[in-house]
Design a protein around this ligand. Sequence first.
Ligand SMILES: [Fe+2]
Ligand SMILES: [Fe+2]
Length: 188
Amino acid sequence: MKDIKSIKKELNSKNDFRKKHTEAVVKVAVNMAKRYEIDITKVRIAALLHDYARNFSNKELIKIVKNNNIEIDDWEKELPNLLHSPVGAFLAKKEFKIEDKEILNAIRYHTIGRPDMSLIEKIIFIADIIEPNRDFPGVNLIREKVKVDIDKAVILVCDFTIKYNIERRRIIHPNTLLTRNKLLKGEY
Ligand SMILES: [Fe+2]
Ligand SMILES: [Fe+2]
C-alpha cells in the first residue's frame, strides 16, 4: 500500500479541480475518526481517494468499467455519474495498491451508501456531504448530529440525497433507500 505522502503527491500532480473538496473531506473525516476513535490513517486514505475518478468523463468511466469487468448493478448502469465510485475503488486498488476492504468499500459506496456500512464507510459517506464548502438547507443539522449519533447523521444524508434527486426528478439508487430503511428500523 502506498503511503499518504505519495498518494498526496500523485493527487496534487493531477491538479484536480476537486482538490479543495477533497482536502475539506479529509479534514472533516479525520475529525470524525478522532471522535469515534478509529484508524485515522485508513480514514485519511479513503477520504483522499474517494473522488479520485470524479473528473473522468462518463465515456471514460464506462470504458474502464467494461474493460476491467468492474461489478456494477443495473441502476449504476443507468447512472454513469455514479460510476466514479466503483471506478475510484478499482483504481485505488490497482494504482495505489490498497487492499484494505474498509477503505475500498468507503470509496465504492460513498455516493449511494449501503446497509451495514462500517464506521469508516459512514464517515466518508457523511464527510462528503457536510464538508465546509457544502451549503444546503439542513447541512448544519447533519454537522451537529454527527457529533452525537453517526447513524442519525447517515439517515439525514440519505434524506438529503433522496430529496435532491426527487427535486430534480432523478432516479434514486435503491441503496440509499435501503440504508435509510435499515437505520430507521430500530427507531420505532
Ligand atoms: Fe464522489
Ligand atoms: Fe466527494
